[in-house]
Design a protein around this ligand. Structure first.
Ligand code: TYD
Length: 203
């Protein structure tokens, strides 16, 4: 049996990541692969409580970063590692790249501090593959405008998201072999055709 894979989905809010994640995981399941879909912040009972706080309560940017990594520590321990060890693939809606992009790029928390947290929380675990849904910020914002209940991050200005986008791209350039950058402004069918190729390369 080939090794279970850890795959993460990333991108600015409004890139369409969640819709594509559902399609992608269903497609892998149709190929007989055992998959666990999870998300961050969240994925464990404590993580979901931290998510509620993170998405709704204002706080210092470093507190935000620490809570993201606290939730992640539980997630890695209780969900991600056990699944991979029993041969189940894990698809996570966001992981540490989101902290680099949102807390680092968006909020301005120092990347070296975030890298220390990354090293602390998961020194020997990285996604096998990260799908980065990249999209011009004006288009992502238009998509979010149709959404009536925006969380604390989604209510941020375009300039914040521009910094998040650039930080994601910079992170993808540091370890390009781990990333597939998806042009998420294309039609759903075009994006799915791209994802289909990725599925075929994985199975
Ligand atoms: P998101 O996947 O957008 O949830 P939903 O689709 O339900 O709105 O994630 C929630 C927010 O959390 C998102 O705006 C990005 C933010 N976030 C961070 O700022 N840092 C992190 O490390 C993670 C995992 C998420």
């Amino acid at each position: 049996m080939s090794k279970a894979k850890f795959i993460t989905f990333e991108g600015v809010d409004g890139a369409g990541k969640s819709t594509h994640l559902e399609w992608f995981s269903n497609t892998l399941r149709q190929h007989g692969i055992d998959i666990l879909v999870t998300r961050e912040p969240g994925g464990t009972p404590l993580g979901e409580q931290l998510r509620e706080i993170l998405l709704n309560h204002p706080m210092h940017p470093e507190t935000e970063a620490l809570l993201m990594f606290a939730a992640r520590r539980e997630h890695v321990e209780q969900v991600i590692r056990p699944a991979l060890q029993r041969g189940t693939w894990v698809i996570s809606d966001r992981f540490t790249d989101a902290s680099m992009a949102y807390q680092g790029g968006g909020r301005g928390v120092s990347l070296s501090k975030l890298e220390q947290l990354e090293h602390w929380v998961h020194p020997d675990l990285q996604p096998d593959l990260t799908l980065l849904f990249d999209i011009p910020i004006e288009i992502a914002r238009q998509r979010l405008d149709n959404n009536i209940s925006l969380d604390r991050f989604e209510k941020e200005q375009g300039t914040f998201f521009e910094k998040v986008r650039q930080a994601y791209l910079a992170r993808s350039q540091k370890t390009p072999a781990r990333f597939a950058v998806i042009h998420a402004e294309k039609t759903r069918d075009e994006v799915q055709a791209n994802l289909q190729r990725i599925v075929l390369s994985l199975i």
